[in-house]
Ligand binder design. Structure first.
Ligand code: NAI
Length: 345
């Protein structure tokens, strides 16, 4: 029987994963705690660990897992910037869930954007207090506005389709532009200059770290709306606070935050938040923060569970080849699969 240590378990994870794992005979131990150097020992006796976006899977953790005999790190996320895949190579195989519902994330991005521009969050609070005034709730039409989409992969393309449904003009930037009818690829500098709304849908890499920094925001249109449902560190959060205070950035919709690991997914309502930048952002009337929630739909949770269980089974059964394996040599599953006819190592 394959034994799995499941870290950072939330009730909705367990509800989706448990029936699927049981149906395939996996023996899963669920831990509330995140995977860190201090908690890695909990995986003793397990063949695989199952982790999410804010678990720490650095070199030290990988060495500990390897020493314990763990053979597989199964990410139940698409992004894998929290895993040192280079260090894992030759020691522990790494698999992820490349797509579970790009619709969930793209729709959440638009939900945040609409909420922000049409002040739905303000209106909701007002009418609950029987305050039916409209003062301060003026929004603007999306029709005819320009949206700049950075990263035109699975999620970015769906977000583009949604924006086009609103009659928006779409400018796009991608390191590897695709042939998408009606989408105009432009240099990043032009996208910054011309967009009324900018939405981020590219992965976090060394290259994209703080791609939205002070100078990027300086070159944007006054009043631009930033939407980040991708990864927090794409945006320099301190520079964002400064740009909002300077009225350069008109609004921000953030589902992710650079230092989210210690805060997001947990109930901190009884605590004093020690992160001043996050506190400042949340205090601003034109900033909406959700807690890395974009993925959270029934369809996505079911797909994550199905794919993760199937990834684990593929790695331990038959030839051990799993289409969703990651390795540092490619960082791109599609390309990697073409290049190899066997396991990564
Ligand atoms: P994808 O791999 O289909 O698309 C990513 C796109 O970014 C690709 O077209 C790629 O060419 C492009 N790209 C790579 N490097 C770039 C660079 N330096 N500059 C510009 N573009 C670049 O990924 P998918 O599924 O669309 O996901 C996008 C991101 O969304 C993920 O990396 C992840 O960080 C985030 N995500 C967030 C979730 C949430 O709950 N908030 C859930 C799932 C994903």
């Amino acid at each position: 029987m394959i034994r799995v240590a499941f870290f950072d378990t939330k009730p909705y994870d367990k509800a989706a994963f448990e029936p699927c794992a049981a149906a395939h005979g996996l023996q899963v131990t669920y831990f509330d705690t995140k995977l860190t150097e201090d908690t890695a020992a909990l995986a003793e006796g397990c063949d695989a660990v199952c982790v999410f976006v804010n678990d720490t899977v650095n070199a030290a953790v990988i060495d500990k897992l390897y020493a314990l005999g763990v053979k597989l790190i199964a990410l139940r996320s698409a992004g894998y910037n929290n895993v040192d895949v280079r260090h894992a190579f030759g020691k522990v195989h790494v698999v992820h869930v490349p797509a579970y519902s790009p619709y969930a994330v793209a729709e959440h991005a638009m939900a945040m954007l609409l909420t922000s521009v049409r002040r739905i969050h303000k209106a909701y609070n007002r009418t609950r207090e029987f305050n039916f005034s409209l003062n301060g709730l003026t929004g603007f039409d999306f029709h005819g506005k320009t949206v700049g989409v950075i990263g035109t992969g699975k999620i970015g393309r769906i977000f583009i389709d949604i924006c086009r449904g609103f009659g928006m003009r779409v400018l796009a930037f991608d390191k590897f532009p695709a042939d998408i009818p009606g989408v105009e690829y432009v240099p990043l500098s032009r996208l910054f200059e011309e967009s009324d709304v900018i939405s981020l849908h590219c992965p976090l890499t060394e290259e994209t770290h703080h791609m939205i920094d002070a100078s990027a925001m300086e070159s944007m249109k006054k009043g631009v709306i930033l939407v980040n449902t991708s990864r927090g560190a794409l945006v320099d959060a301190e520079a964002l606070v400064t740009a909002i205070k300077a009225r350069k950035v008109g609004a921000a919709c953030l589902d992710v935050y650079e230092e989210e690991a210690d805060v997001f997914f947990e109930d901190r309502s009884g605590h004093i938040l020690s992160d001043d930048v996050l506190s400042r952002l949340i205090s601003m009337p034109n900033v909406i923060v959700t807690s890395h929630q974009a993925f959270l739909t029934e369809e996505a949770l079911a797909n994550i569970a199905d794919t993760t269980v199937s990834n684990i089974l593929s790695c331990f059964e038959n030839d051990g080849i799993c289409d969703n394996e990651l390795c540092y040599r490619c960082g791109n599953v599609e390309q990697c699969r073409k290049d190899r006819k066997s396991r990564c190592f």
